[in-house]
Design a protein around this ligand. Structure first.
Ligand SMILES: Nc1ncnc2c1ncn2[C@@H]1O[C@H](COP(=O)(O)OP(=O)(O)OP(=O)(O)O)[C@@H](O)[C@H]1O
Ligand SMILES: [Mg+2]
Length: 274
């Protein structure tokens, strides 16, 4: 189970984030990036953060530590921003925290060099979880102490927005043309050979067990949280077998509008004032 902390001070909003995550301090003296259940896409985004974050870390990728975080909206009562006030009010109870990496820089492909091996591992992982949010427009990668860290796995596993079509989604290809690491000559064959055998049923079951029951409750068509967990395990297990053969790296789009699907756009545009 993820460790659990309680937020004691809301420090500041992270305005770069479409879902308006905030920096908070917690009762374990830690500083965290907090993702709110009351934000845009709500709890499914947080489910994706937990499953993909824990899976990525288990596969040896760097993802900041995750924790469950309890929020009493009263800690935001001195916050002058109405949007933040609203978010805190809508998010009382259990939320998600990610360890804050102080001094981390946003990844810039022109400023940092990534090896073909590492680029391959990250792209293979993003293909597995169908991450549409690691493009050159929005890398969602940080550089901290000279190393690459993966953040923001909220816009992944599109199939959990349409469970009846999930089995078919397991077989879908992944277009990495706009992936921020596509220009580093990603060694996808080596990544698939290394990582695919590690995505076992046991690992996926352990990762899904980290999702709090209350974020899985009342999912239409399922008989309780464990049945939903099982559905995540099945799709990812199936996808891991052969996704390596279905990753394409074509020509990067230039001034075309973002390829992000409708459900991501809703999240980005749904925020008042953005
Ligand atoms: N663990 C962290 N440590 C330091 N900075 C972070 C961390 N997590 C996020 N950030 C900063 O906050 C920004 C927003 O975070 P994140 O991308 O997770 O939010 P989001 O609302 O899901 O964003 P998006 O608009 O990409 O959907 C990041 O671009 C990064 O600058
Ligand atoms: Mg982001």
């Amino acid at each position: 189970m993820l460790p659990e902390v309680t937020a004691v001070r809301y420090v500041t909003p992270l305005r770069e984030g479409g879902s308006l995550p905030g920096i908070v301090e917690a009762d374990d003296l830690g500083t965290y990036v907090m993702k709110f259940t009351g934000a845009g896409q709500g709890r499914k985004t947080l489910v994706a953060e937990v499953i993909c974050g824990q899976l990525g870390r288990a596969l040896g990728l760097r993802v900041p530590d995750l924790a469950r975080i309890q929020l009493d909206p009263v800690i935001g009562r001195c916050e002058p921003d109405q949007e933040v006030q609203g978010l805190l009010k809508a998010s009382g109870g259990l939320n998600l925290a990610m360890d804050f990496l102080p001094g981390a820089l946003g990844f810039d492909p022109l400023a940092f060099e990534v090896s073909a091996a590492e680029a391959g591992r990250v792209i293979w992982f993003d293909a597995l979880i169908n991450n549409v949010d690691r493009s050159w427009r929005n890398p969602n990668l940080l550089v901290w102490h000279g190393e690459l860290w993966l953040i923001d796995h909220g816009a992944t596993m599109i199939w959990h927005h349409n469970w009846p079509g999930a089995a078919a989604a397991a077989g879908r290809p992944y277009d990495a043309s706009d992936h921020v690491l596509a220009t580093f000559g990603p060694d996808l064959a080596a990544a698939a050979a290394e990582l695919a055998p590690r995505v076992t049923e046991d690992l996926l079951t352990a990762v899904a067990a980290d999702v709090p029951d209350e974020w899985l409750a009342d999912e239409p068509g399922f008989d309780g949280p464990d049945a939903v967990r099982r559905a995540y395990v099945e799709v990812l297990l199936e996808r891991a077998k052969s996704i390596g053969d279905r990753i394409t790296v074509g020509e990067r789009s230039k001034d075309k509008p973002s390829q992000a699907p409708e459900w991501v756009r809703v999240r980005l545009d749904g925020r008042a004032g953005k």
